[in-house]
Design a protein around this ligand. Sequence first.
Ligand SMILES: Cc1cc2nc3c(=O)[nH]c(=O)nc-3n(C[C@H](O)[C@H](O)[C@H](O)COP(=O)(O)O)c2cc1C
Ligand SMILES: C=C(O[C@@H]1CC(C(=O)O)=C[C@@H](OP(=O)(O)O)[C@H]1O)C(=O)O
Length: 423
Amino acid sequence: MLRYLTAGESHGPALTVIIEGLPAGLALPEDYVNRQLARRQGGYGRGGRMRIEQDRVRFLAGVRGGFTLGSPVALYIENRDWASWQEIMDPGAAARLDQRVVTRPRPGHADLAGALKYGHRDIRNVLERASARETAARVAAGSVARRLLEELGIEIIGHVVRIGPVAAPELDLIREMPSTPPGGAGKGPDEAEEDGGCGPGRPGGSPGVDLRRLREILDASPVYCLHRETAEAMMREIDRAREAGDSLGGVFEIRVYGLPPGLGSYVHWDRRLDGRLAGALMSIQAIKGVEIGLGFAGAALPGSQVHDEIFYSRERGFHRRTNRAGGLEGGVTNGEPLIVRAAMKPIPTLYKPLRSVDLASKEPFTASVERSDVCAVPAACVVGEAVVAWELAAACVEKFGGDTLQEMKANYQQYLDYLKTRI
Ligand SMILES: Cc1cc2nc3c(=O)[nH]c(=O)nc-3n(C[C@H](O)[C@H](O)[C@H](O)COP(=O)(O)O)c2cc1C
Ligand SMILES: C=C(O[C@@H]1CC(C(=O)O)=C[C@@H](OP(=O)(O)O)[C@H]1O)C(=O)O
């Protein structure tokens, strides 16, 4: 079983993660994790805090010479902002608990509900842990999972499809993402349609696109959006929101290629991979909706336009020409790429103040803000990739097991060989 716990306050000394259940022998360079941490810090619309932090992982246990030992992996990410908060956030008796006390709950944040639940008079005790600073720890854990998935040929890619009112042109869910930006020599729709399938020689479906090139395009986009013109419109919208003292949400999409059929299970509710993925994505701060494949759009269509017909050929085995199910049927991967989307609400801390009531005096007030993100959808997309990676790696560990990576890969290969006898 693969599991992890995180701890850490936003302005405390550090974030920590303990991961248990990884096989021994997985190459885990610090730089690999650091690259994902840097992506999470990026994205147009972030506030001043991201200019202070420079997230770097430090392994404290479970890794030696760049390889996992099979023992629990402990890792640590320093909060640079701690230097300015040490006096107030000190875990010991030296903490100045009377300083910078927060009694004004922000609508949309955990402030009021958290203070009532835990009996805190200082909302700082809530916001420090409710803050999405914690997602740096989740991205670190997710990077470890992603590294493991890579060993099995499973690749994850996320992109932003909406920021506020600006949406990327609808990507046809039955086709793949374009391999080049608009105007370039992308793959034709008919060619793309022929990709995928869980037939011989391509277990788990094929991306049908150059993932390295896609990543380059996405990393070069300040909003992690594939379409240059849409990205520019998104940035203009973020600028407008910032000038108006407002904030924006949006939607990101995660696609996973190279998945074998058979991860997750229909036999019990808590083993369904769709439920696990939705739970993981919904647990990200400010995520308010998740859809798989056609998702909500499917509710408006007749069944004949929703379900993916099954075909068979000797070369490709069982395959589909459409992927409206987003790679999952019955809570089990079906060999098609996974497609999930998550909707993020606008950031709750606004420069344009919203009405609220002081926790201590019960007097109404309108909030004032020192700093905040205006839009964090690109960052949330990186967090989304991480939590999806985690759930998929956990499902792989469950199905293929193994105390060493070699053993796990051998089990995986045996399963793929078995699948070939079925097609
Ligand atoms: C990457 C990321 C960055 C965020 N940055 C901020 C921020 O700067 N200010 C803020 O008020 N909320 C921010 N949020 C959202 C809050 O953390 C979130 O709304 C809050 O924890 C309440 O949880 P809920 O929205 O899930 O109910 C951010 C969320 C994410 C995922
Ligand atoms: C620190 C991060 O995001 C923070 C998430 C966050 C919130 O309320 O969720 C509020 C802001 O924190 P601060 O008030 O310290 O500026 C963001 O900067 C991060 O992503 O690493």
